[in-house]
Design a protein around this ligand. Structure first.
Ligand code: GLN
Length: 294
């Protein structure tokens, strides 16, 4: 693209190139250019007929045309009102995951005990869930774990960025948490839940740039959810809440798994697309001492 154009001209050309790959080409063109010029989008729109050296925008546009998510290009993305650091190939924070945070905060708010509640975010990825919970529930002890070292590292950095305390540990599901807290008030997770056969039908924004291990979970997408539900049962206090993000059409199966593992008051929370997106249930049993088994 010619480097000395009016801003309006650059946006129009970028918009045309982006149209085949996104439903919001104009918005994205504006955001990319604003980012490249390091100005707010509003001030860009006030200067539409000015000519400027727009060379810095070319590589950003090229990355987006290669289906890279804007969040990865910008290195940050808003989640639950907080700007989170984001890094490939970790999953970019999705709006539907905000309902997971809402469910946890509602449960914590309803608690009457004066003890500090203990909350775990299992499969934390960028740590957006743990960080948002810690920010809104400063009285809670929040733990986050992920199997990937880079996820644990960025979770730590997101917590620092928002001046909240999150204990970040690396390992497989509950394994790294067992030595630190053996009874949680809340276990929250947005685990991998996509059935393997659906991979080819996902958007290239996902398949080219996000970690398949963070998305895929066996033939029915329930492999990790099954393990979390089974293991959470011995890690939650009686009455403690398990809150899980699930895939479209998975809620009924997940609710059945939760009932099989003695969870009570199991219900679904819908996302803005009216999909049963979050499964929540309460741990019913006074359990015998936790006997972690991975
Ligand atoms: N909702 C995600 C998607 O866009 C999946 C996230 C997950 O597997 N936890 O595919």
């Amino acid at each position: 693209m010619n480097q000395r154009l009016t801003i309006a001209h650059w946006i129009a050309q970028a918009c045309e190139q982006l149209a085949p790959i996104t439903e919001t080409p104009r918005l994205e063109a504006e955001l990319l250019l604003a980012r490249a010029l390091d100005v707010p989008r509003a001030s860009l729109l006030a200067r539409l007929h000015e000519t400027a050296d727009l060379a810095a925008a070319t590589p950003l546009l090229a990355r987006r045309l290669n289906h890279e998510p804007l969040a990865h290009i910008f290195g940050e993305w808003e989640f639950f009102g907080l700007s989170m650091l984001v890094q490939a190939p970790l999953l970019t924070p999705r709006p539907e995951t905000e309902h997971l945070v809402e469910a946890v905060l509602a449960h914590l708010t309803a608690q009457t005990t004066t003890d500090r509640p203990c909350v775990a975010d299992v499969c934390c990825g960028t740590g957006c869930v743990a960080t948002a919970i810690a920010w809104h529930a400063p009285h809670a002890d929040v733990y986050a774990c992920d199997i990937r070292a880079d996820a644990v590292d960025i979770t730590r950095r997101n917590a620092e960025r928002h001046h909240v305390r999150v204990t970040c540990v690396q390992g497989d599901l509950f394994a790294p948490l067992d030595a630190r807290c053996n009874r949680f008030d809340v276990v929250a997770a947005n685990p991998p839940y996509v059935p393997e056969h659906e991979w080819a039908s996902l958007s290239p924004v996902i398949t080219k740039h996000e970690d398949p291990q963070a998305l895929l979970a066996g033939a029915d997408g329930l492999d990790i959810l099954r393990r979390i539900i089974r293991d959470a049962r011995t890690r939650l206090k009686p009455g403690g809440m398990l809150a899980l993000e699930v895939g479209e059409d998975q809620y009924e199966s997940v609710a059945a798994l939760m009932h099989d593992n003695d969870f009570e008051s199991v219900r679904a929370i819908k996302d803005l697309a009216r999909i049963n997106r979050i499964a929540v249930g309460l741990c019913a049993h006074p359990m015998s001492p936790a006997s972690p088994q991975e």
